[in-house]
Design a protein around this ligand. Structure first.
Ligand code: FES
Length: 117
């Protein structure tokens, strides 16, 4: 039996990385208060500079709340479904270089599995 997926299920992009950019104005914590916008922009620029952007490659996407606020700021890479909790732009550098460029998960930045909302 063939393991090749049917054409309609093949990805236009090889990977997406979604950044939660959610901002709450009710006093509750949110990724936007922890540098999410800057991290998103940094990632987008890096991916572009590295020549990784475009069809067949990587797409950097904005997202609303990803429902893992307790682990924020968070970003998730698909199709692997790898969740990252980052602190600063050097963490983003590592995610881009290791995971988005070379397919190697950055273990030290993985979101703790028990952390949700
Ligand atoms: S506010 Fe970012 S995951 Fe909920």
């Amino acid at each position: 039996m063939s393991t090749t997926p049917p054409p309609h299920t093949t990805g236009y992009f090889a990977r997406h990385i979604f950044f939660c950019l959610n901002e709450r104005d009710n006093g509750q914590d949110c990724c936007a208060r922890h540098g999410a916008q800057a991290a998103f922009e940094h990632c987008k620029n890096l991916v572009k500079q590295a020549g990784l952007a475009g069809p067949g490659q990587v797409r950097v996407n904005k997202a609303g709340c990803l429902d893992r606020c307790a682990a924020g700021p968070v970003a998730v890479v698909y199709p692997e479904g790898t969740w990252y909790s980052y602190v600063d732009t050097s963490d983003i550098d590592e995610i881009v270089e290791s995971h988005l460029k070379n397919g190697k998960v950055v273990e030290r930045l993985l979101t703790a599995p028990e952390l949700g909302r």
